[in-house]
Design a protein around this ligand. Structure first.
Ligand code: NI
Length: 251
């Protein structure tokens, strides 16, 4: 049984959500942790968690909304956190890929949400793109645990995050031909890894070009199991255990 620790689910991307859920289950996926990271997406994923057993959610504002999120939006986020099946805050973080002109606002939004995570004792799902050093420095200021989602950095960076108590979310990128991530994953302890698809994005080989979904998790898992020279069942067991020790699925 697999757990997809990070994906997105929206009617904008999938015509038939019922079908997506059925296919995920058929592909031996037990739970999916769906991230709602805009005001609209938060409301949508909240409805999915109530409708589908296998859906758990993390909610929080993605750094791409740093210019538009207001205090009211943060209050709204807080007002939801006592509800069932909300297992974390995310994805939150820093993204300097397209712009770092609003760096201060991004850091403000990130820190506000780290404070919320700390206060509510919830894990965080971190998005960090071209912003490793600021992400590390910011995270060090708070007592939070969580996942570095879509990790694709160096072994050195991996070890810093691991020493801070974070898990690394490994997804489709590891299967990409030109990615160096497989060499890094090879060196990592299995206890530090969780699986994710980040669907509808980052579809693994051999389905690149198609829309991603949690049903492809087994292809990511097979790839990693090969690298680590263990059976896919063993990999599923260890990574699911890692995910379950971070996220409280009884909430
Ligand atoms: Ni994502």
């Amino acid at each position: 049984m697999f757990i997809d620790t990070h994906c997105h689910l929206s009617k904008e991307d999938y015509d038939d959500i019922d079908k997506v859920i059925i296919e995920d289950k058929e592909a031996d996926v037990d739970k999916i942790v769906v991230s709602g990271c805009s005001r609209e997406a938060i409301d949508e994923v909240m409805s999915f968690k109530d409708k589908y057993d296998m859906v758990y959610v993390t909610i929080g504002y993605h750094p791409e909304y740093a210019d538009s999120v207001r205090k009211e939006d943060l209050d709204y986020l807080k007002s939801l956190l006592a509800k069932k099946k909300i297992v974390g805050i995310g994805e939150i973080g820093l993204d300097y890929h397209y712009t770092k002109e609003n760096k201060d606002k991004q850091i403000w939004l990130f820190e506000e949400q780290l404070k919320i995570a700390e206060n509510f004792n919830l894990p965080v799902v971190i998005h960090s793109r071209d912003a490793t050093q600021d992400t590390i420095n910011t995270l060090k200021k708070y007592k939070v645990k969580g996942i570095i989602h879509c990790f694709s950095g160096s072994l050195e960076t991996a070890n810093i995050y691991i020493s801070m108590g974070f898990l690394l979310g490994i997804g489709g990128v590891v299967t990409f031909k030109n990615s160096k991530l497989k060499d890094v994953v090879k060196e990592l302890s299995l206890e530090s890894i969780v699986l994710e698809t980040d669907s509808p994005y980052l579809t693994p080989v051999p389905f690149r070009g198609k829309i991603n979904s949690s049903k492809y998790l087994e292809f990511i898992a097979n790839f990693i199991a090969d690298i680590k020279n263990i059976s896919v069942d063993e990999l599923a067991e260890i990574t699911s255990r890692n995910a379950s020790s971070l996220f409280d699925f009884n909430r």
